[in-house]
Design a protein around this ligand. Structure first.
Ligand code: FMN
Length: 168
């Protein structure tokens, strides 16, 4: 059966290495493309109907408000089902040791019985946080494998690490 790469990622203003910078493609999206290329998997991007601000500080406030409200932001679209896929690579940035709330909107829309999930996460120091556990809790019946954590500011140099993880 086919593999699918599902990911959430935000471009625009980010903060790393002690400074603000603008990026055209989000860190997690870059990793998603590496995985897609290496595995031949199709890609699906989780996009909110009301995206967070391109301004980093405003984005932090919006994402924190959603986390505190345990919100499920509406998505632009969802696949009709995941029937054709048994292996899902699930990518997201670490937001306070967790996934962005929109990833929960996605995960809660499907039956995960019998599917294998490979989490991958970009971060600026917190690694995977509690995300593997949260995915397992949310995706009942899925086999959640050990995830890959990459520092977002290093993803351009992380292809070998990604390929090694894929081959494990
Ligand atoms: C709202 C928000 C919260 C974040 N919280 C954390 C955090 O708690 N720990 C951490 O290591 N990085 C945190 N980061 C940094 C991101 O995880 C990191 O920059 C990631 O690579 C962004 O991925 P993206 O470009 O694919 O969106 C946060 C970034 C944002 C925008």
């Amino acid at each position: 059966m086919a593999k699918l790469v599902v990911f959430y990622s935000r471009a625009d203003e980010n903060y790393f290495g002690g400074r603000y910078c603008n990026i055209d493609i989000g860190n997690t999206e870059k990793v998603a493309h590496m995985i897609g290329k290496a595995t031949g998997a199709k890609l699906f991007k989780i996009e909110q109907k009301a995206p967070y601000s391109p301004n980093y500080k405003l984005c932090i406030d919006q994402a924190m408000a959603d986390k505190q409200a345990n919100a499920r932001p509406e998505l632009v679209e969802l696949p009709e089902n995941l029937d054709g896929y048994d292996e899902i690579y699930l990518g997201y940035p670490n937001y306070w040791d967790d996934m962005p709330m929109a990833v929960y909107t996605f995960l809660e829309a499907f039956d995960w019985t019998g599917k294998t999930i490979y989490p991958f996460c970009t971060h600026e120091g917190s690694g995977l946080g509690g995300t593997e556990r949260n995915i397992a809790r949310t995706c009942k019946g899925a086999d959640v494998q050990a995830g890959l954590a990459l520092r977002g500011s290093d993803v351009d140099y992380s292809k070998d690490v990604v390929l090694r993880w894929l081959n494990q």
